[in-house]
Design a protein around this ligand. Structure first.
Ligand SMILES: [Zn+2]
Length: 271
């Protein structure tokens, strides 16, 4: 095999499926190739040296060989293992959701460096911080943005008027927020409280470093989750398997994953 058929890339493993006797089919997300499928040969054998570097959600440096249909992973070296994320089922459930959402909203072979950076930053957050739902909301909003589905949170998506503090409406089908007048004319739109809208705006326009410092009450967290879930499922036109996993874990009440404190920045005025 000639050197020209080999290439190197960073990658995060989004999905793995058993393939043949001892192989795995990997769905990778890479900086320059976007979503990319490849085969890892022999990784289900106990003696495989590559296996540990190709675990789900691992950020690795890979050497691949071009294949006739699928490329083959020939070497793998871990950059970040995200071990805490994989050791904790609640954290794992959020990482599954992040990976599944990215898999569904991206196409193979389309480079998107900022999306790769966003994925690594979301996994780092889920691996090391307590605010797991906040990490997921941040990822959803920025993923939608980078995938071309940015929700409009500042102007009414129907009449273009600036959104005022008060009760507005959330309409995934229209691509964002509706003012009270327009909202009442859209039967599929649902009310969105001013605090929830404030948080969405903050998450959409601030860095992960500032967003990590937000402390949200349980009620706001649930409202944000429902709003984003409706938005995401509208664009995907179906549900994600990982959402069911998160729900099951909640029912088992393994541990509270939100901090029972007040809404961000206080007051009712919009930023
Ligand atoms: Zn309007």
């Amino acid at each position: 095999m000639g050197r020209e058929r080999l290439y190197c890339t960073e990658a995060v493993v989004l999905k793995r499926t058993d393939f043949g006797e001892a192989d795995r089919l990997l769905t990778l997300y890479t900086p320059s190739l976007g979503k990319h499928r490849a085969v890892a040969k022999g990784v289900r054998k106990l003696i495989s040296r590559k296996a540990g570097h190709l675990e789900l959600f691992t950020h690795s440096k890979l050497l691949l060989a071009k294949g006739r249909s699928l490329d083959i992973v020939t070497q793998a070296e871990t950059i970040t293992a995200f071990a805490s994320l994989r050791a904790d089922l609640v954290r794992t459930s959020r990482a599954y959701y992040v990976a599944e959402l990215l898999d569904r909203l991206s196409e193979e072979g389309i480079a998107n460096h900022p999306l790769f950076e966003l994925l690594v930053s979301a996994l780092t957050w889920l691996d090391s911080e307590p605010s797991l739902d906040l990490a997921v909301r941040f990822f959803e909003l920025h993923l939608l943005d980078l995938a071309g589905y940015r929700p409009q949170l500042f102007r009414c998506v129907s009449c273009r008027a600036a959104i005022q503090p008060g009760l507005n409406y959330w309409s995934p089908a229209d691509g964002g927020v509706l003012c009270p007048n327009c909202g009442e004319e859209h039967p599929q739109a649902q009310p969105v409280a001013v605090n929830a809208l404030k948080v969405l705006r903050y998450l959409q326009t601030h860095s992960p470093e500032s967003c990590r410092r937000l402390h949200l009450g349980v009620e706001v967290q649930r409202e944000l989750e429902n709003a984003m879930l409706r938005y995401v499922t509208f664009y995907l036109e179906r549900n994600l398997k990982s959402i069911e996993f998160i729900r099951l874990l909640r029912q088992r009440d393994m541990r509270p994953d939100v901090e029972p404190t007040a809404t961000p920045r206080g007051g009712d005025s919009l930023p």
